[in-house]
Design a protein around this ligand. Structure first.
Ligand code: FE2
Length: 266
């Protein structure tokens, strides 16, 4: 079993010292509030990143290839007649993905995912009493690989937040681009979303992610994408999913869409 304490930079992020931890939480909350994202650069130190990336690179040959055109507002079809309407447009999702059941249970990626001090930190930043790992045997912790020419198109997330760890950056491209607070659950704000999709300048921000950066992102209200990757080196990111109640399973539809198969038991 990998000890997560050997992966995390506990000097830069002193999670076990009250004052230091307070500062980490306060800093993260400030940007989470203003733009919907909290960024902890270097949360995983260089040796830790090397260990996590080695596991990911080793699994790349068995990753599932995903090539889809999907809409930004979830997966329900829109009744809009105009094919250029933001609710009807689709964009490319092209990537490889590793499901939880392909990760070594005691390897570095699963060890960091299940590390209770990290779960407690995320909950505290989000001001939630508790957070739990999912029960989903495929979707609780994943790796996503973007190779030359791949991209993850414009979308809003269906879940409240996502935690990610960038393990390897691409040579160029692969930027996380987002339009913070552009929509709400009740106001889809199509005009502004159309402007972003039409690439009008000044509508978006780029989230600076380096290998080892922990990012906490609220994606329900922020239209976002990962721009097209260029070069031989893959962009590899670990996605860690937690929920406010125990036992969450995403279910067969989501498993099929992301991994092309359904878990035997979830
Ligand atoms: Fe997303």
């Amino acid at each position: 079993m990998t000890d997560p304490r050997t992966l995390v930079d506990l000097e830069r992020y002193p999670l076990f010292a009250a004052a230091g931890r307070r500062q980490v939480v306060d800093d993260a909350r400030a940007t989470l509030e203003s733009v919907g994202a909290a960024i902890l650069p270097g949360f995983i130190h260089a040796d830790g990143v090397a260990s996590l990336a080695a596991e990911a690179v080793g699994l790349a040959p068995i990753a599932y290839r995903r090539e889809q055109m999907l809409g930004a507002y979830g997966y329900a079809s829109s009744s809009e007649s105009d094919p250029t309407h933001p609710a009807r447009r689709t964009s490319r999702y092209t990537m490889h993905a590793i499901a939880t059941d392909q990760l070594a249970p005691a390897g570095p990626t699963m060890s960091i995912y299940e590390w209770q001090p990290l779960i407690d930190l995320i909950a505290e930043i989000l001001d939630l009493p508790e957070l739990y790992v999912l029960d989903d045997s495929m979707m609780r912790c994943n790796l996503t690989y973007l190779s030359d020419g791949d991209e993850h198109g414009w979308h809003f997330d269906g879940n409240d937040f996502v935690v990610s760890l960038l393990l390897q950056s691409s040579e160029s491209g692969g930027a996380f681009e987002f339009a913070p607070n552009i929509a709400t659950e009740t106001e889809p704000n199509y005009d502004a979303v159309r402007a972003v999709m039409d690439e009008q300048p000044g509508m978006t921000q780029i989230l600076q992610l380096e290998p080892g950066t922990l990012a906490l992102f609220r994606g329900r209200r922020a239209l976002h994408r990962v721009t097209r990757v260029h070069g031989d080196r893959q962009r590899i990111i670990a996605l860690l999913s937690y929920h406010e109640t125990p036992g969450l399973v995403n279910g067969p539809d989501a498993q099929l869409r992301v991994f092309g198969r359904v878990a035997a038991t979830t």
